[in-house]
Ligand binder design. Structure first.
Ligand code: UN1
Length: 507
């Protein structure tokens, strides 16, 4: 195989990223596949963020008046660029984030899906007509573009989460300023480059796509703070850790801006005795080990009913032992590397804490694949009695804590007894159990599934969760409303002036 750095450069150039963008800078981009440096990027400073906000504000003045279905045409063209370059961008996701190839491609498919969704949405930014209490009046609700939107995204979905935000924001009439994770700046440059091609194609059709509709800013925390504090950005959408959300949320609140927060998860599944164990094992394996445990929706806690505890654990151990850990570019590999040394150290710490609590750990060892700068691990299965300690926190690594239960109510109570509330699942053939889990007395998460693991959601549904997950909803359903402002309009088409609530003010 050619070196990761050389292939990364080739892909970036073929996706239209300028070569001078990739050298001579202070930010070393690395591939987790080998740990090697793949580019040295110049970073953007806070003055660049202010400049981007200024340009986006100017772009907004034009873009807000472009009819929404025309804005949808830009989303369609962006989807076409992504379709044409799916293989390359997917491969770049693999090289930069370490996902196995099918997941790298899946990430780009998720971008294409949201573009398609946004095209349809561009003709469906529906408001309401509301019955008014006054004669000869009409009351309605209309949705208007909001303004430039800041997007802060994480390394684990380096381009799809931006695309969820960008595709919706753009059809809603809002320019986007994007700060990708410092760990994955290259896929961001590639996605931005494809967007610029789509904007050029839109202009070639005679469309008005102003400069500054989409900007990617490369850099660290100071840039995120600049976006959170910039009064020109009425909405900032931020995906990442709860710690990051605790910084961003109050900054937005201070200036009464909207936040769309998609933060940590500590996702659980409950397995009942009636569950189809073949299906359950496959679902648990993907949800807990896929993406090397680095999805915000990754399955981290498994509550197994007593009667099937031993057989299920046995099968899970076999599944864990069979999974191939290695170079994510290679056929047959299902688990690629952790993103960096810090991720590995966090995993080791969590497993040490679990062992100190008497847990039995299977797996979790480091695997030598590509030298000391690459952090590959065997996914860990942790049998633990107490729902405490590391079980209560999100460690962004493939660790699955397995606990016993007997009564469904007890499993639901434990599943809800964490500070996060993103995703959840039940495996059962019993309709009553499934419905209870989905009911108001069941899972308290933003996502609750039956006979499907907690990860790998489609874009058609609203994505996000409650409690410390931040409460934001992105992607499908009516998530678009976060990117628009609602106006209530009342029109009097008579010649009298009846006042609401029967108030009289006769001059
Ligand atoms: C994330 O990990 O931030 O549901 C997003 C899923 C993916 C998105 C995850 N569609 O697992």
């Amino acid at each position: 195989m050619i070196s990761v750095a050389a292939e990364t450069t080739d892909l970036l150039l073929s996706l239209g990223v300028a070569p001078e963008r990739l050298t001579g800078g202070d930010l070393a981009a690395r591939s987790p596949i080998t740990g090697e440096v793949t580019a040295r990027l110049r970073t953007d400073d806070v003055a660049a963020a202010a400049h981007a906000a200024e340009r986006a504000t100017e772009a907004f003045r034009v873009w807000r008046s472009v009819p929404a279905p025309r804005r949808g045409e830009l989303a369609r063209l962006f989807g076409a660029e992504l379709r044409a370059h799916k293989e390359r961008l997917g491969r770049l996701v693999t090289l930069e984030a370490g996902k196995v190839l099918s997941e790298g491609l899946g990430e780009v498919q998720e971008m294409i899906d949201i573009c398609d969704f946004a095209v349809g949405l561009s003709r469906q930014l529906h408001g309401l007509t509301i019955a008014t209490e006054r004669p000869d009046h009409r009351m309605m609700e209309t949705w208007k573009p909001l303004g430039p939107v800041g997007v802060i995204s994480a390394f684990n979905f380096p381009v799809a989460v931006w695309a969820w935000n960008a595709a919706l924001a753009l059809v809603c009439g809002d320019p986007v300023i994007w700060k990708p994770s410092e760990k994955t700046p290259l896929t961001a440059l590639a996605a931005q480059s494809l967007f610029e091609r789509a904007a050029a194609a839109f202009r070639a059709q005679g469309g008005e796509a102003p400069e500054g509709l989409s900007t990617a800013l490369i850099g660290g925390r100071a840039l995120g703070e600049a976006l959170a504090d910039d009064p020109r950005l009425p909405l900032v959408s931020a995906t990442g850790s709860t710690a990051m959300g605790r910084e961003v949320g109050p900054r937005l609140a201070r200036r009464f801006a909207r936040g769309l927060l998609e933060l940590g998860g500590n996702n659980a599944a409950v397995v009942r005795a009636s569950a189809d164990l073949d299906l359950t094992v496959r679902a648990v394996a993907f949800a807990a080990m896929g993406t090397a445990g680095q999805r915000c929706t990754t399955l981290r806690r498994l509550f197994v009913q007593d009667a099937i505890y031993a057989p299920l654990l046995d099968r899970l151990k076999r599944a864990y032992a069979s999974v191939t850990v290695g170079d994510p570019r290679a056929d047959g590999v299902l688990v690629g590397p952790l993103i960096d040394a810090a991720a590995y150290e966090a995993m080791v710490r969590a497993l040490d804490q679990a062992r100190a609590m008497g847990a039995r750990v299977t797996g979790g060892e480091r695997v030598e694949v590509a030298g000391p700068e690459a952090f590959y691990v065997r996914p860990a299965l942790v049998e633990i009695e107490a729902h405490a300690g590391p079980v209560l926190t999100e460690t962004f690594a493939p660790i699955l804590y397995v606990l016993r239960h007997e009564r469904l109510e007890d499993a639901i109570a434990l599943q809800n007894a964490v500070s996060q509330g993103l995703s959840s699942a039940i495996f059962t053939a019993d309709l009553r159990e499934a419905e209870l889990f989905l009911s108001e007395r069941g899972s308290d998460c933003g996502i609750a599934n039956v006979n499907i693991g907690p990860s790998g959601a489609e874009i058609g549904g609203a994505f996000g969760g409650e409690k410390e997950t931040g409460g934001g909803r992105e992607a499908g359903s009516d998530s678009w409303r976060a990117y628009m402002r609602r106006a209530t309009n009342t029109v009097n088409y008579g010649s009298a002036l009846p006042l609401a609530q029967g108030v009289r003010f006769d001059l």
